[in-house]
Design a protein around this ligand. Structure first.
Ligand code: AMP
Length: 371
């Protein structure tokens, strides 16, 4: 490796939340420095890497931020598109602003997914003047969602009646909305993968996700054990491959899906590292964070092979006794340095074991500690 690697290699990250923080931490062993930009001076990634605290439309500051960077990436999809477009004229932005544009809008996202043959729930754009036209298409029950800025279950509601549908539409207006058929799924799963600068692809195993109130609570990772598991994983890999290759995407991406029988329906794409990939820090040979950095600076990707069986538990709103968590064997605690607030992601715990039964027992111990 070149002698001046460390001094040369600085990556800019738009957004300074926990994802930026874990990206910054993943850079240290590789000698990749990171600098973050976030409008909030309190952004928790600022505790581990330099943080430029300016509005996203402060173009003078953005010019300084772009200077000397190998590339710029983003850690959440609600970064304003013009910010990334402006930066992309000065420094490589990976993944591209195009990916951000598609995946920060639920309508563009679904249109794109369908255009590359990835199935989604039946959906329709809601016309503010004639909202019932969308209801005709999706039927009842359905889910009404804001097209933009929705996350962790915010900006959406389920309607079982025509009246409830119209009331949700009224509640969310003037935001642009879509309606989706409510999917009676067997389970929710996601796949995280990375595409390198040279087109190399790497995929982590399928993850089973459990949400409550629209927020991810627990992710469970079992390497494929049966032919049916393998087939499902290959379907997910096929979907993500099409997405990555169509967009000549560079970096890590997550695809959240509903499993209905043997079918996978795409729900949401995150053009970034993802909460359902946090287990990879201890549970895979190379973490999603490291692979994202490797991809965007043009390094070879690392192995995504799982190290046995893992599970991740999110710490939402409160943190359990640190001593109690650390007494659980193989429990890896990650705290994000944020002040507690209801519904806020404050940290996570990953357990890892060589057998499924052992992992399940550890997960049970951790869940008993988490409210
Ligand atoms: P989202 O913000 O789109 O990821 O939605 C948050 C959660 O709401 C999902 O993880 C599902 O549990 C649930 N959800 C969203 N869309 C649907 C749907 N079309 N059918 C059933 N459940 C849904």
């Amino acid at each position: 490796m070149q002698a001046n690697w460390c001094s040369r290699m600085t990556v800019g990250i738009l957004g300074g939340g926990q994802l930026g923080r874990m990206l910054a931490l993943a850079g240290y062993p590789l000698g990749i420095r990171t600098e973050l930009l976030d409008p909030s001076a309190e952004a928790c990634a600022g505790q581990v890497a330099p943080l430029l605290s300016v509005p996203y439309d402060d173009f003078e500051a953005l010019a300084r931020f772009a200077e000397g960077k190998a590339c710029v990436t983003y850690e959440f999809e609600n970064v304003p598109l013009p910010t990334t477009q402006w930066l992309a004229e000065r420094v490589p932005v990976r993944p591209t602003p195009r990916a951000l544009e598609l995946f920060q809008d639920r309508l563009y996202e679904k249109q794109f997914l369908n255009s590359i043959g990835v199935p989604t729930p039946v959906y329709a754009s809601i016309d503010p003047v004639t909202p019932e036209a969308a209801l005709e298409i999706v039927g009842l029950p359905c889910v009404v969602k804001t097209r933009r800025f929705g996350y962790d279950g915010k900006g959406q509601g389920v309607a079982h009646t025509r009246e409830a549908f119209l009331s949700l539409v009224q509640q969310f207006q003037p935001h642009a909305l879509i309606a989706e058929a409510f999917v009676p799924f067997d389970r929710e799963v996601s796949i995280v993968g990375t595409r390198g600068l040279n087109g190399e692809l790497a995929f982590y195993p399928l993850v089973e996700n459990h949400h409550r109130e629209g927020i991810l609570r627990v992710s469970i990772v079992n390497p494929p054990a049966t032919a049916a598991d393998e087939a499902l994983w290959q379907t997910a890999i096929g979907y993500l491959t099409r997405l990555l290759e169509t967009l000549t995407y560079v970096g890590t991406v997550a695809l959240e899906m509903f499993q209905v029988g043997e079918q996978l329906l795409a729900n949401e794409v995150a053009p970034r590292v993802h909460n359902s990939g946090h287990w990879t820090i201890e549970g895979a040979e190379t973490s999603q964070f490291e692979n994202h950095l490797r991809a965007i600076v043009g390094l070879p990707l690392g192995s995504t092979a799982p190290r046995g069986y893992s599970a991740m538990v999110n710490l939402i709103g409160t943190v359990p006794s640190v001593e109690a968590v650390l007494r659980v064997p193989n429990a890896h605690l990650h705290l994000y340095g944020k002040s507690p607030r209801p519904g806020r992601k404050l940290g996570h715990i990953t357990v890892r074991a060589d057998t499924r039964a052992e992992r399940d027992a550890l997960l049970e111990q951790v869940l008993a500690l988490v409210p």
